[in-house]
Design a protein around this ligand. Structure first.
Ligand code: ATP
Length: 397
């Protein structure tokens, strides 16, 4: 990381532009926490700095010329370089109007004092702290503080961000910031579904998302995101997810687990989830409804028939928290094995054996899969034998 910063500094010197490390990396370095994302601000052409830097590196370059930003992705790190800018919010919740600016402007547009710190790179001395808003003092006092009283009105996603940092870093909301948050909580309604959903996803990528959710409920913000309240079993469910490797979608399924479909549909509509994620949440409730039938399913093909086509994440959510241990085993069997089982014969093979294309052929392939799942046709020859048998039966009936 340091060598990247130094190399960027040399390029900035050649180009005669000022360059600083800003944001999360400065905060985390001062806190002694690991950081893999580096944000740089250039007072001048950021894209040119990154292009030159990328020339000597094995990294993927993504340029947004219109915004004067560029990103470099490599294994284990991401470098985000922006042109210093000034932002003005035309109305609450709208995206800001952006103009070129200097470092002071760029730090003033940030969310909290602890994120409005910078390290000098060019001109040096390398690593000297720039702290116009008292961020270091707040880091030491472990406080989340907005830069001005209109901050949450400008951009209410900061309410969600404040609570996320508070819980992750085990900080407190500074008193006035907490007051402003309670005052402005309704401003979350000015935020687009896409931005709200992105913030929720960031919350679900935290080590303990339930802590953030509970705290949001505490400050009165959760009801702007979720269409229901949290339940006491949430910690236990999320804890089980962590044992298998969580993902935002798995957490969403576990969040939805106890809900009525109507509330879930309102949540899906409010945050405009992509089809796949929405389906995973719906399937969680569908699979849960089928658990009593699953308990009674004796044949492997019966398990497959009940679960086939449902989102694997929804099935995993149920395997973690639903039903008896026997039912959970069946869910696991489906996830680990059954969903991958395929018949060896294809439609074209069946046509060669004399079947016309159509629903009957589809029906036979399904029947063949069921036989294979139940261990009645382990090899391709066995499959062909069964099909011949069934065809003979069909002819005589
Ligand atoms: P994380 O550790 O969560 O990645 P980060 O501080 O790097 O933390 P990012 O979301 O990557 O967070 O944002 C980078 C920087 O951009 C932040 O440190 C903050 O200064 C600024 N920022 C991000 N979102 C906002 C916002 N909604 N309003 C103001 N500043 C923001």
């Amino acid at each position: 990381m340091l060598s990247l910063v130094e190399a960027s500094g040399e390029i900035a010197r050649d180009l005669g532009v000022k360059l600083h490390v800003v944001g999360g990396a400065v905060r985390d370095l001062l806190l002694g926490r690991p950081t893999l994302d580096l944000d740089l601000v250039v007072e001048g052409n950021a894209v040119e700095v990154v292009r030159r830097l990328a020339a000597g590196l094995d990294a993927r370059l993504v340029v947004h010329s219109r915004f004067g930003t560029a990103k470099l992705y490599s294994e284990g790190w991401v470098l985000d370089v922006v042109t210093a800018r000034r932002e003005e919010y035309p109305r609450p919740g709208a995206l800001p109007v952006v103009q070129p600016g200097n470092l002071t402007d760029d730090l003033f547009r940030r969310d909290f004092t602890i994120n409005a710190l910078a390290f000098k790179v060019e001109p040096g001395p390398l690593g000297e702290l720039v702290d116009p808003h008292g961020g270091l003092k707040d880091l030491e006092a472990r406080l989340i503080r907005v830069l001005h009283p209109g901050s949450f009105v400008d951009d209410a996603t900061r309410i969600l961000r404040a609570v996320r940092y508070e819980q992750r870093l085990e900080f407190c909301l500074e008193e006035r910031t907490a007051e402003l948050m309670r005052r402005d909580v309704a401003m979350l309604d000015t935020i687009s579904a896409d931005r709200l959903r992105r913030e929720l996803e960031l919350i679900l990528r935290e080590p303990y998302p339930e802590k953030v959710l509970w705290r949001l409920e505490d400050v009165g913000a959760l009801s702007r995101l979720l269409t229901w309240g949290l339940d006491e079993g949430l910690e236990a469910r999320f804890g089980l997810a962590r044992q298998v490797g969580p993902s935002p979608t798995l957490y969403l399924c576990l969040l939805a687990y106890l809900q009525e479909p109507t509330w879930l549909e309102r949540f899906i509509a409010r945050l405009r989830f992509p089809a796949k994620t929405a389906q995973a949440m719906r399937d969680t409730l569908e699979v849960k409804k089928k658990l009593p039938l699953l308990a009674r399913a004796e044949r492997t093909s019966g398990i497959y028939r009940l679960l086939g086509g449902h989102s694997p994440t929804a099935i995993l959510a149920n395997a973690l928290v639903g039903g008896s241990s026997q039912v959970q085993e069946k869910l696991r069997l489906y996830l680990d094995k059954l969903r991958y089982v395929k018949v060896s014969l294809k439609g074209s093979d069946l046509m060669e054996m004399g079947l016309a294309p159509g629903p009957r052929l589809g029906g036979l392939l399904d029947r063949l899969l069921a036989a294979k799942l139940d261990g009645e046709a382990p090899t391709r020859d066995d499959e062909a034998g069964l099909v011949r048998e069934w065809l003979a039966e069909l002819e005589t009936s």
